[in-house]
Write a protein that binds this ligand. Sequence first.
Ligand SMILES: Cc1cc2nc3c(=O)[nH]c(=O)nc-3n(C[C@H](O)[C@H](O)[C@H](O)COP(=O)(O)OP(=O)(O)OC[C@H]3O[C@@H](n4cnc5c(N)ncnc54)[C@H](O)[C@@H]3O)c2cc1C
Length: 356
Amino acid sequence: MRIGCDALIVGGGPSGLSTGSFISKRGFKTIILEEHREIGRPEQCAGLVSWRIGKLPQKLVLNRVDTARFCLGNKSFEVYSKKDMLVIDRAGYDKHLAENALAEGAEIRLGERVIGLKEGCVVTSMGNHYSGRILVGADGPNSIVARLTGLKQPGNLLFALQCVAKGVFEQHVVELRFEPEFSNEVFAWIIPLSRSRARVGLLTSDNPWPRFRLLLKRLGMRRVEARVVGDSIRFGLMSKTSASRVILVGDAACQVKPFSLGGLVYSRICSRIAGDSCITALERNLFDGGFLAETYDSVWRRTIGGALEKGLRMRILFNLMRRMPVSFALTRILGLNLLAGRVLDPDFLGKNPIPE
Ligand SMILES: Cc1cc2nc3c(=O)[nH]c(=O)nc-3n(C[C@H](O)[C@H](O)[C@H](O)COP(=O)(O)OP(=O)(O)OC[C@H]3O[C@@H](n4cnc5c(N)ncnc54)[C@H](O)[C@@H]3O)c2cc1C
């Protein structure tokens, strides 16, 4: 079957659903293709976000944390945030965004995995052919849209594993563990859901399974949910996130914090910019690469490009610190952690205005 629309969005995650909402609200026919049969599943996220995630239904906020403890062996320091960070129900968040998109008139087609491009149409595993006046790749870190349209994603790929574990936790403290045996690149995390349950996971650039088993064993934790979820995250600055008639948004465009690898807040910001850019292109019937570079690429870089660079610098700093465990103790002794809590922003955005 051949189906046409104004905006064709590949990916029914937060970026695709939010971008789709904005575009369909302006009356343009919008179709969102999602390979899974249910929005939000499998849930592959720790769900830790700042207040910049915007207004959420109360039931989606599972916990609030105000302290991040950075640990390396028996050395540690704590950073206190000025505003609480939220631990959210990620599957519920995606479903909430899907309800908004549907309410604005977008169509969501589940079980439609994009497998190729043929004669200007996107082809799915169901054998359907879709064409849009503009194509949005919101299909995550291994974006097929990026691959098919020649938009090169960086090679920095990390693999994650996470489960819900039982133990004794400080309910308002997130722990980040930098021991090299838990991750060769980033860190392991313990994000409490309550005093007795936490999301425990890690990110690494090699096989995460042996490290993950070791993490649970060392911390003396027991899995309470049978399923371990895993996925990948890509980070770095992409040189181009748009081309003629196509843009990438969210994880597909590496709009991810290079230090903590969180992407939900940047996805929210960039989906707004992507939506605005698509609306302008559809209204003016202008889809060339130069126009989209100006209305999308340049705008999102002006908004979060500086934050991405700060995140990359933070990543380098922590990679140096983890080689010198004493630096963790020194940070605490010199009170640098207290300073960091006052001046650092979890999203590195500072007072940079973000589009509402
Ligand atoms: C283990 C883990 C923990 C994380 N923890 C946090 C956190 O605490 N805080 C935070 O802010 N971020 C976190 N992130 C990152 C966050 O999950 C992403 O930044 C966010 O999901 C990006 O949304 P997105 O819509 O851009 O991409 P995705 O959520 O990846 O959505 C892409 C969608 O596209 C679909 N898709 C892919 N290929 C195709 C195809 N060929 N055809 C059709 N559909 C397709 C996928 O099924 C998916 O639904 C974490 C990530 C992982 C893996």
